[in-house]
Design a binder for this molecule. Sequence first.
Ligand SMILES: Cc1cc2nc3c(=O)[nH]c(=O)nc-3n(C[C@H](O)[C@H](O)[C@H](O)COP(=O)(O)OP(=O)(O)OC[C@H]3O[C@@H](n4cnc5c(N)ncnc54)[C@H](O)[C@@H]3O)c2cc1C
Length: 398
Amino acid sequence: MQHSEPSTVKPSVAIIGGGLCGLGIGWRLAAAGCAVDLFERDKVGRSASWAAAGMLAANVEAEPGEDLLLSLDLESQRRWPAFATELSAVTGVDLGYRDEGTIVVAIDRDDAEALRFTYEFQKGLGLDIEWMTGGQARRLEPHLSPGIPAAVRCALDHQVDNRQLVVALEKACRAAGVVIHENTPVTAVDISGGASGGRVSGVQTATGAHRADVVLMAAGAWSYDIDGLPPMARPPVRPLKGQMLGLRMDPRAPIVDHVVWGPGIYIVPRKDGRLILGATVEDKGFDSDMTAGGVFRLLESAWEALPQIEELPLDEMWVGFRPTSRDDAPILGPTPVQGLVMATGHHRNGILLAPVTIDAVSDFILNGAVESAIEPFGIGRFYKRDDDQSSNRAERRA
Ligand SMILES: Cc1cc2nc3c(=O)[nH]c(=O)nc-3n(C[C@H](O)[C@H](O)[C@H](O)COP(=O)(O)OP(=O)(O)OC[C@H]3O[C@@H](n4cnc5c(N)ncnc54)[C@H](O)[C@@H]3O)c2cc1C
């Protein structure tokens, strides 16, 4: 655990961005006695945190080369039930937390081999997953396609209604005294000199300057675009577009209860009958178009796993932007600029990572301690070997 100087005086905090990171950390800080101003360029909670599917899929999403991230994912997943209980108790908002678990299905024999390979890899990591025949999977979810040869189940990969999550976090923020400035983009971070990166003094907004002891960067996919930061403190984050569809089931007779994954698709049933299908992964900047090809592939892949979707009304379609860092892992905690703190770059796992992000980053701002869980995820990992070369790379790739 790293330490900076602890202080008994609570800092004033300016937060850039009102997604789950900004709202969650704002809530904790205001509840601890900080004066918190949150600046949101639009309306709070309507960007990636609204667009997401809400899966808490630490196990089935585990990929080679992401060992440190897997530990963080599992730690956050472990914290989710208590976090959901606390937030619901404070706000009275039902977060739609569901614990049926996740089933990953193979559609044909080739696919079953690929699934077996992933299963062996994830099992080798000690993850709690279970191999199933198609018949066993259909006993759990009778509407799965009869042709499914095999599946993997993870009972621990739950889900939450992410829209309810941001509604609750906004409510918790307002109750704790966070001053929320909507339709107020931050244009720049103000930094006063200093040999080793300087110190923040506040932010510039469309309506004027605002002074603060601490500035929290929580602007999601837009985090790289805010002016005033030296290269070593500019997070290499870019938008990764995802197209999503919402179908409508009869909530009294849902066609599926588990989260279901198939090749190129995940299917997420909500308590209120919505059935979320996602998502494309497109490196197209902030292009917000839904495309015929994207919609076609989502529907086709979902239909192959769960043919009954054919009967369901189409409710909604939308695009979201994952805040994706250069190594797909979040950027958390202190920076070379004193008082500038990061909570960005959560890519496809920001909902899963909400509890650990909110707790650990708030803790750092309040106590100056970097929790060991987030230590590997500082911005320094992008710049520590050769600051000049790395920051040039960040300029090119972000
Ligand atoms: C299609 C899709 C599906 C996903 N599914 C899942 C999932 O199933 N599970 C999971 O764990 N994660 C999922 N994610 C990822 C997750 O949604 C994100 O990682 C998470 O929401 C990021 O939260 P955030 O607060 O950093 O960003 P955001 O929610 O994007 O919030 C950032 C906020 O900053 C504001 N802002 C930007 N610039 C400025 C500025 N200059 N001044 C003031 N405000 C500004 C924006 O308007 C926005 O409100 C998904 C993402 C997408 C796009």
